[in-house]
Design a protein around this ligand. Structure first.
Ligand code: BG6
Length: 529
């Protein structure tokens, strides 16, 4: 019998820590390379607006946008206003803040492959810093640029002298360089990029973004695990039967066909977001919450993942592409019919992968990861499923219906944590096994109920951390390389063995049936909630 039950967890402090308790950032000029692009418009400018609204930005803060598109300060201000208005709910739009922001937005147009652009950038920066209120000379360079111009951009940033190297993490004024994914397209290219970047800047200046690490629930994995004593003793192969990590999206690839044809779901989601979720879930307790202590432990986990080989890939992985179909009453095209996608493309938009960790804690525990576009709904979560009770004394019928305990960390939407366990259905007798009925219920903590919807979107958290100089939520070069080492054999195998008949799944479904078969081979099923 399945009576969905819910037990709500009430926080002892309400409301919880709001964004306003966080410290203010250092004043700086945020130079956005690629300021007219999708990332700047959809994420960065709205996040900066929200930080301004929450009072986190200093008076001396400003943005200098740089992009190939012709324009000037006025057109950039208009672009930013439109971007902010379309990203943020009108109830949270405050014209005073918008105008405060606009006064701090500047723009130059230029080609990132040309030294002249960076000479002009340097001159404009100096001019702005001369008239700076509060005198901030800190510089944050955000590389929101396509991979093709990444290399010339960092070379010119350094050679022009606008972004000098400093090995002193406490240096003032500071220079920080923010790098977006994709960081390379395989381990070798990532290593080469790291070598290049580290020949120009110090590691303490480089902030490699994985925006999943800025998500509130993802950060909470560490607090849940190490800020409590009741979970950690169970967090190992003795009690955990398997871990499911899902990042399902209902959207398709949109206008990013060109990028996606090179990336596919493994480079786009697994190499970074999913492996970061796995690392936080599986890592050992770090000595402290310092950036290096946390990154050391995450790297160890990534290095302990058993390599996929041509022999193990066919039975441990599934790939597929979305076919056209209907989602929420809307007809959507299949992947091969999307703009800038080859009609015979074999790039996967969905993958399910079973990984094993060769270490003492997790030996033999399958980590089942899946991600896909155009799935039934947007849902990212980590589900730690525990073993069934070793001895069933409630009779056969009840034994059959007992669901194993699951601890679910809901990354999005509806951020929260739920523990699923069995209870006796009232009125049935525990001693009469023929009568007894049990039902799973959830003990459910929901951020919005507990803390009044105060979770900051990932980019706000990360941008503020960069301006404060906090690196824990950013990835380190060895960690990035270790993650590539996990996915490289799979990408190589799939590229070298394109399917003659590319498997597909209906848009709006939970993926191909082969993914169900993959997890069923361990005796489990996906949580398609
Ligand atoms: C990005 C991927 O890194 O993450 C996108 O490139 C994906 O393809 C996005 O849609 C998902 O992020 P979120 O925060 O919406 O889960």
């Amino acid at each position: 019998m399945s009576v969905p039950g819910g037990v709500t967890v009430t926080p002892s402090v309400q409301p919880g820590p709001s964004a306003s308790v966080r410290q203010r950032s250092d004043g700086c000029t945020a130079v956005i390379l690629g300021a007219a692009g999708d990332l700047a418009r959809r994420k960065l400018l709205p996040a900066l607006y929200q930080l301004a609204r929450a009072g986190h930005l200093e008076e001396s803060f400003r943005v200098l946008g740089v992009a190939l598109e012709p324009g000037d300060d006025a057109s950039f201000r208009q672009l930013a206003r439109t971007a902010i208005q379309s990203a943020i709910d009108s109830a949270h739009l405050d014209d005073t803040i918008l105008r405060w922001m606009e006064r701090r937005l500047f723009y130059i147009s230029g080609d990132f492959t040309q030294a002249g652009t960076f000479a002009a950038l340097g001159a404009r920066l100096e001019e702005l810093e001369r008239v700076s209120e509060g005198g901030s000379h800190n510089r944050l360079f955000y590389l929101a640029v396509p991979p093709s111009v990444f290399e010339p951009s960092v070379r010119h940033l350094s050679a022009s002298g606008v972004a000098p190297r400093s090995d002193d993490a406490d240096a003032r004024p500071w220079v920080r360089v923010v790098v977006e994914k994709p960081f390379g397209h395989d381990e070798n290219s990532a290593r080469a990029l790291n070598t290049l970047v580290l020949s120009l800047f110090a590691e303490c200046q480089i902030y490699r973004i994985d925006h999943y690490l800025g998500k509130e629930t993802v950060q909470n994995v560490l607090v849940l695990r190490f800020g409590n004593t009741i979970f950690e003793p169970l967090w190992n192969r003795q009690w955990v039967s398997h871990v499911q990590i899902t990042a399902a999206e209902d959207v398709g690839i949109g206008s990013r066909g060109k990028y996606y044809e090179e990336a596919g779901v493994i480079r786009d989601m697994f190499q970074n977001h999913l492996l970061q979720l796995l690392a936080l879930t599986a890592m050992e307790p770090p000595r402290t919450m310092s950036a290096d202590a946390v990154r050391d432990e995450k790297t160890k986990v990534l290095e302990s993942i058993r390599w996929l080989t041509p022999e193990t890939i066919p039975t441990n992985t599934v790939r597929a592409q979305y076919a056209g179909g209907g989602i929420a009453g809307e007809t959507v095209p299949g992947y091969r019919a999307e703009r800038n996608v080859a009609p015979d493309s074999t790039i996967p938009t969905f993958a399910a992968v079973r990984l094993y960790l060769d270490n003492w804690r997790w030996q033999g525990v399958p980590f089942l990861l899946r991600s896909g576009k155009r799935m039934a709904r947007r849902m990212s979560e980590i589900a730690v499923q525990f073993h069934r009770p070793p001895h069933l004394m409630f009779g056969h019928a009840v034994g059959e219906s007992l669901e194993p305990n699951v601890l679910v960390i809901r990354v999005q939407p509806d951020e929260g944590i739920a523990l699923r366990f069995q209870v006796k259905v009232p009125g049935t007798a525990v001693a009469l096994t023929s009568e007894l009925e049990v039902s799973p219920v959830s003990m459910d903590f929901c951020y919005a109920d507990a803390f009044g919807g105060l979770t900051a979107p990932a980019y706000e958290t990360l941008l503020l951390d960069i301006m404060i100089g906090e690196m824990t939520l950013f990835t380190r070069s060895d960690e990035v390389a270790a993650a590539w080492r996990v996915v490289d054999p799979l990408i190589r195998f799939w590229t070298e063995h394109p399917p003659t008949d590319m498997p597909s799944y209906d848009a709006g479904s939970w993926g191909p049936s082969a993914a169900d078969a993959l997890i069923a081979s361990d005796g489990f099923s996906w949580r398609n909630t």
